[in-house]
Design a protein around this ligand. Structure first.
Ligand code: FE
Length: 337
């Protein structure tokens, strides 16, 4: 191989020299803005650099701050890619014109259609499931069905929820609007509010701790918070229940990425995206936060796999964004704080 390149360059230099040596030079660096923190993202970028020689500079911050930064930098932004959590946030970034559509057969093959933007501006790279967690001393799995059932008066004073201010719950309600229509979705949310054992919690972990402490019987949370909590306190009487298995499946959301509108290294950014959607990168991306790989060919981490398999809702997660404003208003009307 090396001999052949030398032979070619010998005859076609200096033109061939340019072709052989200048292309990789332009692409040796990428800039990524990421709402995933350094400890989650650095091992991944280190592996990419090791494999390809492409150096990745990254900036970590909250998604709102990163989007604001992209907006104010405009065409002068150094960022080639934005990585963030929740389809609602990715949709927002696309809506504000911060991302550009990219075409990649590799990514389209690796990532199921419902986990990426129909307009190709963002792509899910890991899946987070938002499902039911129950107190194993009070309930059996057979007592549970899913989200809609938690609105039934039989759960009065037995339900705990996280605040409606969190995008995860806004996305969950948006997906319920997509599935049932706004009228039924509002009835469900009103039912939840009527059944609350106590005020909504500031985060999923505190909510689950209340379930485990017996303050309520059941609540809704993302699986990776359960994973972290059980790693810390394995004896907690807390069980995971896959919601809506007889219906449309568990509410799933994504963390994902898009190429920025003014990316200086678009081709290279697409290559990184393709790499992130395949093989061991999928594990590096998902396992570190106890999430599920978005690529169905890749097996989850052992801790995650031990929770069992489930049917996930297959409505496109873009609905979480499109219906976000409506979901927020609906939760407000229903008195869900
Ligand atoms: Fe989270």
């Amino acid at each position: 191989m090396i001999t052949r390149i030398r032979f070619t360059t010998f005859f076609f230099a200096p033109l061939a020299l340019c072709a052989v040596f200048s292309a990789p030079l332009q692409a040796e660096e990428l800039v990524v803005y990421t709402a995933r923190n350094e400890q989650l993202i650095k091992p991944l970028f280190d592996a990419y650099t090791k494999e390809t020689g492409v150096k990745i500079t990254f900036v970590t911050d909250k998604e709102g701050a990163l989007m604001q930064r992209l907006k104010s930098e405009g065409r002068n932004t150094p960022a080639d890619m934005l990585i963030t959590v929740d389809a609602g946030n990715l949709w927002q970034a696309a809506q504000e014109g911060l991302l550009k559509p990219v075409k990649s057969e590799v990514v389209e093959k690796n990532i199921p259609a419902h986990l990426r933007d129909p307009n190709n501006q963002w792509f899910g790279l890991s899946v987070r499931a938002r499902t039911l967690f129950y107190n194993t001393q009070k309930l059996k799995p057979a007592d549970l069905k899913g989200y809609e059932d938690l609105a039934d008066p039989k759960w009065k004073g037995r339900l705990c929820l996280r605040t409606s201010k969190k995008v995860y719950n806004q996305s969950l309600v948006a997906m319920m609007i997509a599935e049932h229509g706004a009228v039924k979705a509002e009835q469900i949310v009103r039912g939840w509010v009527d059944n609350l054992a106590t005020q909504p919690f500031p985060d999923d972990t505190k909510m689950m701790e209340a379930v485990a402490a017996g303050q309520c019987d059941v609540g809704i949370a993302n699986t990776y918070y359960y994973g972290r909590l059980m790693e810390k306190s394995p004896k907690l009487p807390l069980g995971i229940f896959w919601a809506n298995q007889e219906g449309s499946g568990v509410h799933v959301n994504i963390s994902g990425a898009g190429v920025t509108k003014f990316a200086k290294h678009e081709k290279e950014a697409v290559k990184l995206l393709e790499w992130l959607s395949s093989g061991k990168a999928q594990n590096l991306f998902a396992d570190v936060n106890l999430e599920f790989p978005a690529n169905p060919q890749i097996k989850p981490d052992a801790t995650v796999a031990a929770w069992g398999t489930f049917k996930g809702n297959s409505i496109n997660v873009v609905k979480a964004g499109e219906l976000q404003v409506e979901a927020v208003k609906l939760m407000d009307r229903a008195g869900y704080k």
